[in-house]
Design a protein around this ligand. Sequence first.
Ligand code: HEM
Length: 452
Amino acid sequence: MVILKSQHRPLKEQSIIVPIVQSIRRPLSALITIHRNYGDLVLARFFKKKLLFVCKPEHIEEVYSQEAKGLLSRDFLYDAKKSLFGDGLVNSKSETWTNQRRIMQPIFTRESIIEWEKVIINEADSTKNKLKNTTDRDINLSYELKALIQRIFISVLMGGSVDTLSNKELLINSIDTISNGLLPQLVTQIISNGKLMWLMPHKKRSYQNAVNQLTAFVTQEINSKYEQPGHDLISLFIQAKDKKTGYTMTKELLKDEAVNLFFAGQDTTINILSWFFYLIGKHETVHKKITAEIRTHKDDPLTLENLSRLVYTKAALYETLRLYPPTTALATQALENIMIGGQNIAKGTTIILSMYATHRNEMLWERPNEFYPEHFVNPEMETERHKYAFFPFGGGLHNCIGRHFAELEMMMIIVTLLRDFTVKTNNNIKEAASITLKPDRDVVVTLMPLSA
Ligand code: HEM
């Protein structure tokens, strides 16, 4: 558990080797151990790199606000992410990012994403109908969720059905391979400017092959959209134009953005839904409350507006995002000498926002390590809590552009399945170290039909 010590003394460099070694069996707990041992603002040196670990919401807000002023930047990770994300939003530098974000933003607003409600409902319904034949026996829910998210995503991004793809298994696997390979790429970049990557030649090779497969697939789809546009995201991007500047997306950037969304939009939601069903299948009381709430609204059409009435269900989803945020830490770098938390931070310092530690901080959460949706249902607690005590979708300029879409999609899937089934989890899973926080094995459950 993290204890927030107030730090008025100048920051002393700490050795983080011990917490890292101690946490080898549970890598993410390294972030918690670092803050527990040395406080909420921790300066450390790893090889030649200066690192600053930040977990206090007020300091996180300062980091985002300094980033908005141009005093911090994520460009130092550009090379490590270039082979996958190219110049898409997740990786692009200042001017390209500004132009791209400006023309993409209107397509992702709360109002615009309503466009995709039908696609999500249809796909969630067909998964539910398929699962009706599997009740009362073990099923691999992770596999089903992965397939469902992919069906939705292909439909939203490209307007087609995943059934028409000859290489769909290859694509599902490529996301996993990329997800597993990206973490060592980024970590070696942060601690050694990428030099330590030679230690993992197999990871590097399989990662690159998966990236090539994904890029080739996306390029082929884009070419067909230029010939025959539809109502999908790629076609919307082709038509998008900045009213003020006349800026439009080049074909190369369109390819990069499609790959960015393909990865950022699927891996994250697949992980959260897997954790969500795992958790409710283990916590009967929470599950019963969710079922009761969903049943009260069982005849309401599934719309964004109606979903907002499911307060407890949404709280359980947020609680999952708190405990298992797909992006466990975010990194940025000081371009100038700056101040964070009243401390001087030298130019060149890499700043790590320890989201995982913030989300489990005992000073901020009543039951930091428990699955306790009540954290999000009590309006008083909500207003008292700092906005960066919970930031699974990031913040500042680079906040998640897909947040509204992700929340709509996840709530619709949860409600569709839980209108018909009760979930019982049959195995135990742990956190796996990957670029997104995923379960270390597939979630196995039994679905029991709910009587009408
Ligand atoms: C559970 C679901 C999701 C979570 C928890 C999540 C989380 C995040 C986080 C933490 C960031 C980085 C923010 C920062 O650097 O401060 C981010 C950025 C981003 N996300 Fe998501 N995300 C999710 C779903 C999605 C979806 C569904 C899409 C696309 C449809 C998407 C597209 C993106 C993009 C393009 C960026 C880069 C934004 C920029 O730098 O301008 N994400 N997301």
